[in-house]
Write a protein that binds this ligand. Structure first.
Ligand SMILES: *[C@@H]1O[C@H](CO)[C@@H](O)[C@H](O)[C@H]1NC(C)=O
Ligand SMILES: *[C@@H]1O[C@H](CO)[C@@H](O)[C@H](O)[C@H]1NC(C)=O
Ligand SMILES: *[C@@H]1O[C@H](CO)[C@@H](O)[C@H](O)[C@H]1NC(C)=O
Ligand SMILES: *[C@@H]1O[C@H](CO)[C@@H](O)[C@H](O)[C@H]1NC(C)=O
Length: 398
């Protein structure tokens, strides 16, 4: 047998060991590498977890904030709804008030106030006043105009527009003559005969007023001349005719720049006297051109009560009071047949069904004033420069 050289064996042995060692070395590197990779992956996973946890935390906080915001919004919504409900109920109440008012106003012409208690109180006060006035009236008058019977032209003097008056108080015979729509001279005549017979040459008593008048709506009552002061919006003067001095004045509330009668723009306030006393007839800017009347206490120049009437100012030429009722005369701007087309009874004893159509007995007229004289039971009128008296028929108010 051939001996294998030892050296060869050793070499191959060593070589194989070396090879083995090389493999081992290679494996260790691999393991080390893998270890590092795993570590790195673990690290990253851990970071990922941490981030995730952070996100979750953040999200929780965010949703908590959102929840509380939503809750706040819900509260606001509820509050808003309450407010809207409250407003709606207020609107409903206001509507009810307005409805109540409309009906209260229709039935009794009280002033407009948005308080039911106040309205009721006013209704009661008005009833009281009516009772009082009715009682007073029972003794003095309870009639209404039924027709205009005849006319008498007393005189033709002065301007187209003017006013002539006789004091309805006891024992007054004098006639007062106020020509034009702005002046301060009043002519005084001893009685109607002197007035009729007097000519321009005859001397009459001239009374000079401290302030000029406005319009043709003056009144004479118990020795005093009452008139609207020229240049003032709503000042009424009480003038003591005998002593020739102005003793009192008042501002009539609510009177605007609007004329009382559409056909006579210069008269802003028309004064009237009847069985119950002194009245003012006018329009207010917010009554849609309807006439308003106020009862005035002539003693201390105070307003006693005011009524809104359904009578229109448009095409009205004049008006007067009789037995607590307003009679309004209408015409055309060119002049024509005057007729009473609106009657308003402050005592509400004239029923709307018995309101008659009343024509003045002259074909062509243009009245700048028509005043009732309760003592003479006649109408004094100024018709286109003529001083006229109308006699009339009456009937019992039902
Ligand atoms: C008016 O007077 C008559 C009798 O004169 C009387 O019967 C009636 O009750 C009176 N009316 C009023 C409202 O006072
Ligand atoms: C008006 O005149 C009378 C008599 O002269 C006098 O008593 C009265 O005080 C006068 N009134 C005024 C407001 O001047
Ligand atoms: C005016 O007089 C009447 C009675 O004549 C009275 O009831 C009223 O209170 C008086 N008004 C004023 C403001 O003095
Ligand atoms: C008023 O009188 C004047 C002249 O005095 C006349 O021309 C006019 O026609 C009269 N008007 C009416 C409505 O009668």
């Amino acid at each position: 047998m051939a001996a294998v050289p030892l050296g060869y064996l050793l070499v191959s042995f060593f070589t194989s060991i070396l090879g083995e060692a090389q493999y081992v070395m290679q494996d260790a590197t691999l393991v080390h590498y893998i270890d590092r990779r795993i570590l790195s992956i673990e690290n990253r996973l851990e970071k990922c977890n941490r981030d995730m946890a952070d996100y979750v935390q953040e999200f929780r906080e965010f949703s908590k904030r959102m929840m509380s915001r939503l809750e706040g919004l819900n509260i606001l919504k509820a509050e808003l709804k309450n407010d809207v409900d409250y407003l709606l109920s207020r609107v409903e109440r206001a509507q009810r008030d307005i409805d109540y008012f409309e009906s209260a106003k229709e039935s009794s012409n009280t002033c407009v106030e948005v308080d039911e208690d106040l309205v009721e109180q006013q209704l009661m006060e008005e009833e009281e006043l009516q009772k009082k006035v009715k009682l007073m009236l029972n003794a003095s008058c309870n009639f209404m105009l039924a027709g205009i019977k005849s006319l008498k032209v007393v005189k033709k003097a002065g301007d187209t527009d003017g006013s002539w008056l006789k004091d309805p108080g006891k024992n007054y015979q004098k006639i007062y003559f106020l020509t034009g729509t702005k002046n301060k001279i009043v002519l005084e005549f001893a009685n109607i005969r002197v007035f009729t017979e007097s000519s321009k040459t005859q001397s009459t008593r001239r009374v000079t007023l401290p302030f000029p008048w406005q319009g043709t709506g003056h009144a004479v009552y118990n020795g005093f001349l009452f008139y609207h002061r020229h240049g003032s919006l709503n000042e009424l003067i009480k003038f003591d005719i005998q002593h020739r001095n102005a003793t009192d004045r008042m501002l009539l509330s609510g009177v605007g720049e609007t004329p009382a009668y559409g056909l006579h723009p210069s008269t802003k306030i028309d004064l009237a006297v009847d069985e119950l006393g002194l009245w003012a007839i006018y329009t207010e800017p917010d009554t849609n051109g309807k006439l308003v009347i106020t009862k005035i206490n002539p003693e201390n120049m105070t307003e006693e009560h005011t009524w809104d009437t359904p009578c229109k100012s448009q095409n009205a030429e004049a008006a007067f009071m009789m037995c607590g009722a307003l009679y309004v005369s209408y015409n055309t701007p060119e002049g024509g047949t005057s007729r009473i087309e609106c009657i308003y009874d402050t005592l509400q004893t004239i029923s709307p069904h018995e309101v008659p159509q009343l024509h003045f007995p002259k074909r062509q007229t243009s009245h700048s004033m028509v005043h009732y004289n309760p003592r003479e039971k006649q109408l004094f009128a100024w018709d286109n420069g003529s001083q006229v008296i109308y006699k009339f028929l009456t009937k019992q108010k039902s």
